[in-house]
Every structure is written in structure tokens, then in C-alpha cells.
Design a protein around this ligand. Structure first.
Ligand code: GDD
Ligand code: MN
Length: 380
């Protein structure tokens, strides 16, 4: 009957399409204001990859310089080139992840779009994976033949070495260059850990390795990290802070997330602001209740602004949404105060020690604030 015939047609057609249709390698290139580098990078990929069946996916975070237009220009005449335009989202790791997940190829690579990564390494990396020698190949800057000197300032170089040493000691990863943004792996490795990966910061490789439950067979090959041709680096001190957060998160077995740490840090700063305002207002003859209310609202606005800029910077609220977010944040946090006071009063009247009751109230309030604001104010 008709039904069976359809099933038969799909059954036989599918494996054939899977074997001859798609590329064997997807190269994911995250971009933020790299318009001037796109054409040259694609030309170099064409030259280096020769007979390999490859495609490149540029994942652009809505660059102001119109990077995606340059991508589409080339893509219109070359099926090997694709572009993903992400709007209202930021983050190198998230961009890489989205590119990898958009691929149907068995093997994916991630490389920068600013020509600092040597595309001539790609065929050798692919051969290592296809030969089964490893499941993840990292182009590493710190092996004897590799070099980071060309593309690094002295400070960057020192900080990068420190980050590497920390990662190796704390996470027990045997990788020489865990911060590398240039690697190739079997896509199924990422598929398995994707929901657990952080979408912020520059540390996607380390995150993938640290989040995998099975040991991954890794091989590193050396290369020379070149200088940037056009544009500028987006790595800043915040990226370094996020990195420290990832280390804590992974050491605690994902119990403490980077975001929660940031939220807590901002909250602690808010307490200081609160006390400072109180201290400043009280001598001016205001009643305690009025001064305390003013201090609370100042601290809330302070916390909201900082959380919006740092803790949730990948989902930052701007313009009108900044104001509506402030109202949500203040509303949810007020509820948090009530919940915290309720819990501590209950415990205290149940003969708990004063500091146990107080601490429990603070924990309940903080957890409420974090969970509800993550789910509502900065909902994904
Ligand atoms: N989509 C997207 N979103 N792309 C981004 C973002 C972002 O938020 N931030 C940076 N990029 C892109 C850049 O356009 C570039 O193609 C690539 O990611 C690397 O960014 P750079 O700003 O050039 O980083 P770098 O050269 O300073 O850092 C290099 O070394 C680090 C280790 O020290 C990179 O290889 C990093 O991946 C690596 O971790
Ligand atoms: Mn760069």
C-alpha cells in the first residue's frame, strides 16, 4: 500500500543522501566586526582545503560594521559559505556553540575570523580525526614549535600563561593550550554536552573538555599565532573574570555557576552601597525608616544596573526594556526580602540561634532573587 511505499522510499534514500550530500567538515567562525577579514579568510580556506568537502559558517552577533553582508555576498555565489545572524545576543562561546549545532557534518572546526589562526593547519587536523588517532585536535600555541609571540602583547602573554597553568592544575586537564580558540572535533562530542556549556566568554574548548563525562582522546599540534590584520581584539578584563568563574563552576561540579557567582558578587557590593547611603542620610535628620527605604532603592537600582551590565551581559536590557527590567527586578527583590524575613522570623520563634535564623533568611532571599530574576527579568 501507499504507506509502505513511502516508508521504503525514505529508508533507501536517506543513507545515500547522508553519505554523498553534506560536507565532511564544517568550519565555524564567530565574528564581531570582522567585515574586512571575511573575503580573505574564505579565499585562504578555498586554497588550503583543496579536495576536502567543507563548508564555513560565520556566526555573527549583528556586527555594526555589517559583517553579515560581506558573508552573504560571498554566500550568494558559493554554497560552501553560510552565515548565521544572531540578534540581541552576545558571546563568543554561545556563537561557536550555535555554529557547531547548525552543522550536519561529522567533524567541525572552530577558528577565529581575524586571520590569526593558520588555516593551513586544517587538513592535518582533519586527517588526524579521520584516521581515528584522536577525537579532538587542538592547534596549540605553547608547544616547542608553536608560537604566541607574534599576536600577543607581553601582558596578554603572561595572563594567558597563568590562565593555562590554573586550568591545568585545577581541572587536571593535560592540555597545553586550553584557551585556544582553534580546534577541530567530532560533532557528537559537543552534542552530548551542549546543554551544560556556558554561552559567555572565550573558554568554549576548556568547557567542552571539562564538561564531557567520557575521556576525550586529544591531540595537540603546534602553530604560529599570527598578528591581527584588521580590527581589534574583543578580549577584555571581563572575559578574564568569566574565565575565573568557569574554573570555580567546574571545580564545584557545576553546583556553583558563573552567573550565580557574579550575582552574589554584585549583591555583596549592593550591601556596601546600602550601608553607605544609610550612613550618609541618617545625620540629616531623616527618620530611620525613610533613610532605610532610600538606601534600599538605591542598592536595588545599583544591583540591577550591574547585573544587567555583567551578570546577564549576554541578555542585556537596553532602552525602554532597561526601565521595565528595573521595575521587575525591584518587584521580585522586594518579594525576596519578605520571604527572607518570613523564614528568619519563623526560625527565630522556633528557638533557632539568632545568626542561624538571620543567615537562613539571607540565603532564602538571595536564592529567590537569583532564581526568579534569571527566569523572568533576564529570561532567555
Ligand atoms: N559572534 C561573536 N560574538 N564573535 C565574537 C565575539 C562575540 O561576542 N567576541 C569575539 N568574537 C570573534 C571575533 O570577531 C574573532 O573572530 C574571534 O571571535 C576571536 O576574537 P578576538 O577578539 O580576535 O580574540 P583574541 O584574538 O583576543 O583571542 C584569541 O586568543 C584567545 C586566548 O588567548 C582567540 O583565539 C580566543 O578564542 C582565545 O581564547
Ligand atoms: Mn584575535
Amino acid at each position: 500500500p501507499r504507506h509502505g511505499a513511502v516508508a521504503l522510499a525514505t529508508d533507501s534514500a536517506f543513507p545515500v543522501a547522508a553519505r554523498h550530500g553534506g560536507p565532511e567538515l564544517t568550519i565555524v567562525v564567530p565574528t564581531l566586526n570582522e567585515r574586512a577579514n571575511i573575503g580573505l579568510l574564505v579565499a585562504r580556506l578555498r586554497q588550503s582545503l583543496g579536495p576536502i568537502d567543507w563548508e564555513v559558517v560565520f556566526v555573527d552577533d549583528d556586527s555594526k560594521d555589517g559583517t553579515i553582508l560581506a558573508v552573504r555576498d560571498i554566500a550568494a555565489g558559493d554554497h560552501r559559505v553560510r552565515g548565521i545572524r544572531r540578534i540581541a545576543r552576545r558571546g563568543l562561546a554561545g556563537a561557536c556553540l550555535e555554529g557547531i549545532l547548525s552543522s550536519s557534518a561529522p567533524i567541525v572546526a572552530v577558528m577565529d575570523g581575524d586571520l590569526q589562526h593558520d588555516e593551513k593547519c586544517l587538513p592535518a587536523m582533519l586527517a588526524i580525526l579521520q584516521g581515528g588517532e584522536a577525537e579532538l585536535v587542538i592547534a596549540s600555541r605553547y608547544q616547542s614549535d608553536g608560537s604566541a609571540s607574534g599576536g600577543f602583547t607581553r601582558l596578554r602573554s603572561g595572563a594567558s600563561r597563568l590562565a593555562t597553568r590554573l586550568a591545568r592544575q585545577l581541572l587536571k586537564t593535560p592540555i597545553n593550550d586550553p584557551m585556544s580558540g582553534f580546534f577541530m572535533l567530532r560533532r557528537e562530542i559537543v552534542d552530548a554536552v551542549a546543554p551544560r556549556l556556558s554561552r559567555q566568554g572565550f573558554k568554549i574548548l576548556l568547557d567542552i573538555v571539562a564538561s564531557s563525562t567520557n575521556a576525550i582522546r586529544i591531540k595537540e599540534i603546534p602553530y604560529v599565532f599570527g598578528p591581527r590584520l584588521h580590527g581589534e581584539s574583543k578580549l577584555d578584563s571581563l572575559v578574564a573574570l568569566e574565565y575565573a568563574g568557569l574554573l570555580v563552576a567546574k571545580m564545584s561540579g557545576d553546583l556553583i555557576s558563573t552567573r550565580f557567582l557574579a550575582f552574589g558578587l554584585v549583591g555583596s557590593a549592593g550591601v556596601v552601597v546600602h550601608l553607605a547611603v544609610l550612613h550618609a542620610l541618617l545625620p540629616h535628620g531623616l527618620s530611620f525608616a525613610v533613610a532605610q527605604t532610600a538606601a534600599m532603592f538605591t542598592a536595588m537600582a545599583f544591583n540591577y544596573t550591574l547585573n544587567n551590565a555583567f551578570t546577564y551581559r549576554d541578555q542585556r536590557r537596553r532602552g525602554w526594556r532597561f526601565l521595565t527590567g528595573l521595575v521587575m527586578f525591584a518587584g521580585l527583590c522586594s518579594f525576596g526580602v519578605v520571604a527572607g524575613v518570613g523564614v528568619s522570623t519563623l526560625l527565630y520563634s522556633g528557638h533557632s540561634r539568632w545568626w542561624v535564623a538571620g543567615l537562613a533568611g539571607a540565603v532564602v532571599g538571595a536564592a529567590w532573587n537569583y532564581i526568579t530574576n534569571s527566569a523572568i527579568t533576564w529570561r532567555r
